[in-house]
Design a protein around this ligand. Structure first.
Ligand code: ADP
Length: 387
């Protein structure tokens, strides 16, 4: 009974406190709003008062731009040129051609108030495609000058041409089994002979597997090329065990032994990628040993060891070997020394391209030693982890 008024007093006190705190908060919010508005006004004033500060920031950025930039004023006089542009326009014969073209583009852009682009092919010291662009500059509708941009498109056009080559090659590779499957299906429809039917069906299945392998390799390659996985701590001897297990049924079918002698060596990397690279090399060693057609083929040796700062994975075979002139090119996508032989062994022509990309992702190198008729040794060299 006595406590009630006290509760009432406390409630009244809390209410007053609450109102005070709310008022304080509102006033703070309002102050903050006013301050922000004031700050904005001050900033705008500053920006109006000191355009040269903004100009110098823009000029500093333009000086660091990765493309060449040249700026002329209203009268056509050069007022700015960054280092990249100066390099392009330095005094070589090609640069003189470039400077001449750029000058006439800037004149045109100035005369016609239009953006103009042109690509120039240069041939010295190496073939290059340079894009020139000239744009008239306006501020508040008033012409203030013209700018020229110089950009080397060589790498970009090389990438475009590699990409379109790859699409053409992959389509061609896919068309071959697809065409075979269509013909086989027609043959299947045309026959009543159960034995022929069985034979044709088996061929269709084999062509379908070839297509499947090809698509899987294309997807693997795409994933490896765009990979940005976090490196893990990997024991290469475990990678070797999985890679050899993957090739076991092929080794058994071909009657070739894989001898494994591996140390436990640790590297930082992607376990799946490294396993796929080692398995591809082991499978090639088996296939191209079998291709020699020996009644009693010699084994394939897989060794892993460590040297200061590097791990070495070596696969040695006594197969058909690779002529020297092909050794550089076998890492290209779809490149084969002997197309018929690769096809017979079920190869997709992408195995070593996968190996090359995996090794590149691991900051390593692939080495090859091969003598036609005697055999090949592939070595993957990877940097080891700091101890
Ligand atoms: P494929 O699927 O045709 O084997 P790869 O990219 O794995 O494609 O290899 C490219 C080519 O390199 C093969 O077609 C073959 O001519 C050659 N090659 C690769 N490994 C060996 C090897 N161990 N012995 C002989 N030739 C090899």
């Amino acid at each position: 009974m006595v406590s009630r008024p006290i509760v009432g007093q406390v409630n009244a006190l809390s209410f007053v406190l609450l109102v005070l705190v709310a008022a304080l908060l509102v006033s703070q919010i309002a102050t903050r709003r006013r301050l922000t508005a004031a700050e904005r006004a001050a900033g705008a004033e500053l920006a109006r008062a000191a355009p040269s500060a903004a100009d110098s920031v823009v000029a500093a950025a333009a000086a660091k731009a990765p493309i060449g930039i040249v700026v002329r004023d209203k009268a056509g006089d050069l007022v700015f040129q960054n280092d990249v542009a100066a390099d392009y326009l330095a005094s070589t014969v090609d640069s003189a051609v470039l400077a001449m073209r750029l000058r006439s583009l800037l004149d045109e852009a100035h005369g016609f108030d239009e953006d103009i682009e042109q690509q120039v092919e240069l041939f010295s010291p190496s073939p290059r495609t340079i894009q020139l662009q000239a744009v008239p500059l306006f501020t508040y509708g008033e012409r203030v000058g013209t700018a020229g941009f110089i950009e080397d498109l060589t790498t970009r056009s090389q990438i475009d041409s590699i990409r379109s080559d790859f699409i053409a090659n992959a389509s061609h590779e896919l068309k071959t089994p697809l065409g075979a499957m269509r013909l086989l299906a027609e043959a299947l429809v045309a026959t009543d002979d159960p034995e022929v039917q069985r034979d044709v069906a088996a061929k269709i299945s084999s062509e379908a597997s070839r297509m499947n392998r090809l698509v899987e390799d294309i997807l693997d390659l795409a994933e490896i090329e765009s990979s940005s996985s976090q490196p893990e701590d990997i024991d290469l001897s475990e990678v070797a065990t999985v890679a050899v297990a993957k090739s076991r049924s092929l080794a058994e079918a071909l009657g070739i032994t894989v001898r494994v002698s591996v140390e436990s060596v640790r590297v930082a990397g992607d376990r799946g990628q490294l396993t796929s690279a080692v398995a591809n090399i082991v499978e090639n060693a088996l296939n191209y040993t079998a291709a020699k057609g020996m009644p009693d083929p010699l084994p394939v040796d897989l060794r892993i060891w460590e040297e200061p700062g590097r791990a070495i994975v070596e696969v040695k075979d006594h197969g058909i070997g690779i002529p020297e002139r092909h050794q550089e090119r076998i890492f290209e996508r779809f490149y084969r020394v002997d197309r018929g032989r690769s096809r017979a062994s079920g190869g997709t022509g992408l195995g070593l391209a996968i190996v090359r990309n995996v090794v590149k992702n691991h900051a390593g190198e692939v080495e090859i030693e091969s003598v036609p008729g005697e055999g090949s040794t592939f070595r993957i060299v990877l940097p080891t982890q700091e101890k």
